[in-house]
Design a protein around this ligand. Structure first.
Ligand SMILES: Cc1cc2nc3c(=O)[nH]c(=O)nc-3n(C[C@H](O)[C@H](O)[C@H](O)COP(=O)(O)OP(=O)(O)OC[C@H]3O[C@@H](n4cnc5c(N)ncnc54)[C@H](O)[C@@H]3O)c2cc1C
Length: 354
């Protein structure tokens, strides 16, 4: 850990939340230092990276998708231009219907605004018993590449320490914090589901969800994302991500036989394909009870902030809400009530060392 450094922001966690914050803070001319324990509990490294606007159960747009998606794409495109690294791939997405009711519902929605910009009839020649629909504006974000390329840059700039953050070494002052010789005006915690170990923000009631994915190899699937109870998404060289499971009971990062069987069963609902399993991964999503991100300032210590709760949609949410949090900290802009950390109870607050 570099010592005797003075920065505007110290960030804890280099997942998609922390990484996006650092790039945006840098862009606005702030000095930053970042601490990450080499992705020991990273949800972002496991993420399939699907970006799409739908909440399929009710055939409606997911929360704020029509404004969040263009913003996310613009942000990833600007990252690509700066770092000469392709991380976002536009892809067609096919919703495979599971019943006539779903097909009818889809057809009905196709005329509604703003849905009509996001869904359409499918031109894909694959034959499904109840047909299929097309989702526009979908794509795949290569989250691991985004993190790795960013990590390389942070090392070149000497603004990252790869170690476990030790909360007992944090001291809070009126105007900032000090941590192992680093003095910062602000610290933003982005630890994903491990926020439960953070004595300042462990009162935030995260409701984490374990997820598993398989990487399969096949020549039988089309070059688009297929969705029905699960998704299969091309990642190049005849490889596809098959995902994902949702488990609220076993919060750990171990791939399981049950998870694998569940995914293979779901794939069968889409069709019978010849494939080979290449890899099996598991991670824990930082999901919340109300499915909204969590951002804002500690109720007692004004230099301590949180950016978490990206749930199963980190790719879509991170760029917009990193911006909202920065505006809040640097310009005092009000956070939207539905994402503000102030929606949670203030009891159980830690007594900060001074
Ligand atoms: C199986 C699966 C599939 C998914 N698929 C998608 C998808 O297709 N599309 C999508 O948008 N989202 C997907 N997600 C969700 C996505 O991964 C999350 O929304 C997102 O990654 C959360 O990012 P984060 O930065 O908040 O947390 P994380 O990615 O968990 O990052 C936290 C970082 O902080 C580090 N850390 C924690 N504590 C400490 C400490 N004390 N000291 C130092 N470092 C620390 C961790 O090691 C990690 O590197 C998926 C998740 C899973 C598990």
């Amino acid at each position: 850990m570099s010592s005797n450094k003075s920065v505007n922001f110290l960030i804890v966690g280099q997942g998609i939340a922390g990484t996006t914050l650092v790039h945006k803070l840098y862009e606005y001319g702030n000095s930053v230092h970042l601490i990450d324990n080499k992705h020991q509990s990273s949800s972002s490294l496991i993420a399939a990276g699907v970006l799409h606007p739908m909440s399929f159960k009710r055939a409606v747009l997911s929360w704020k998708a029509d404004s969040l998606i263009p913003l996310a794409k613009a942000y990833y495109n600007s990252f690509e231009a700066t770092f000469k690294t392709k991380v976002f791939h536009e892809l067609d997405m096919t919703r495979v219907f599971s019943s006539m009711e779903e097909q009818n519902n889809w057809q009905g929605r196709m005329a509604d605004s703003p849905m009509k910009e996001f869904i359409a009839d499918n031109e894909l020649s694959l034959d499904f018993p109840f047909g299929s629909g097309k989702v526009n504006t979908a794509g795949r974000m290569d989250v691991a590449l985004y993190l790795n390329r960013s990590n390389k840059f942070f090392k070149e700039e000497e603004i990252i320490s790869e170690e476990q953050f030790d909360y007992s070494q944090l001291t809070c002052f009126e105007t900032g914090i000090e941590y192992k010789g680093i003095v910062a005006e602000n610290i933003i915690f982005c630890e994903g589901y491990k926020v439960n170990q953070n004595p300042y923000f462990n009162y935030v009631p995260l409701n984490p969800t374990k997820g598993e994915v398989l990487i399969i190899k096949t020549k039988d699937l089309p070059n688009c994302i297929l969705s029905q109870g699960c998704f299969v998404m091309p990642i190049g060289n005849d490889k596809y991500v098959l995902g994902a499971t949702y488990d609220r009971d076993s919060i750990n990062q171990e791939p399981t036989k049950i998870g694998k069987e569940e995914l293979l069963k779901k794939l069968k609902n889409i069709g019978d394909f010849d494939f080979e399993i290449i890899e099996h991964r598991a991670g824990v999503r930082p999901t919340t009870h109300d499915r909204r991100p969590i951002l804002g300032t500690h109720p007692k210590y004004k230099s301590l902030h949180i950016f978490n709760g990206l749930g199963s949609k980190g790719v879509m949410l991170a760029p917009y809400f990193a911006g909202e949090l920065i505006e809040h900290i640097t310009k005092g802009a009000q956070l939207s009530k539905e994402v503000s950390v102030s929606r949670y109870s203030k009891k159980h607050l830690h007594k900060c060392r001074t």
